[in-house]
Write a protein that binds this ligand. Sequence first.
Ligand SMILES: CC(C)(COP(=O)(O)OP(=O)(O)OC[C@H]1O[C@@H](n2cnc3c(N)ncnc32)[C@H](O)[C@@H]1OP(=O)(O)O)[C@@H](O)C(=O)NCCC(=O)NCCS
Length: 152
Amino acid sequence: MRLAPLERADLVRCAELEKILFPGEDPWSVQAFQFELENGNFYLGAHVEPAGLVGYAGMSELGSPGHMECEIHTIGVDPGFQGQGIGRAMLVALLDRADTMNAPVFLEVRTDNVPAISLYKKHGFEQIGLRRRYYQPSGADAYTMARPGVTQ
Ligand SMILES: CC(C)(COP(=O)(O)OP(=O)(O)OC[C@H]1O[C@@H](n2cnc3c(N)ncnc32)[C@H](O)[C@@H]1OP(=O)(O)O)[C@@H](O)C(=O)NCCC(=O)NCCS
């Protein structure tokens, strides 16, 4: 498995995976991913040969040097490749980058998303809030989770 910066050529597959992974949640289109890249957000793709792109993850980096905050916007792994450490590898890569900025990291996750919550808790995230009906159109609730910045 190889991690690489997400490129425009990857976005059609990302949008296909979104439809599979988030069917009731207004999955992101190619244009939505493109917008994320154009905004300078940090995105990685996970590639496995010969399958190609099997995962993606990204976050925004907000603030000014010394006062940065990161927010994970999305992370997803092709169902045929889940449970093999790919989600963990992508999350660790995002967190390593946040750590170079001493930045706390925030995210939202559906309250019933047991695999994702387990992954986040194993990597230092704690639940800090509850957002009712955060996801649309499902109306599902989200936890806000945070991981403090590291002091280097
Ligand atoms: C969440 C997701 C990205 C995890 O990716 P993955 O590659 O399957 O996960 P990994 O194999 O790297 O597992 C890492 C950890 O995640 C958790 N995890 C993964 N699958 C799990 C499952 N079915 N049940 C419970 N925990 C699970 C475990 O804590 C696991 O650690 P362990 O191997 O020590 O038990 C993946 O399940 C996914 O794409 N889900 C759909 C999209 C989604 O919900 N994204 C998150 C939105 S907030």
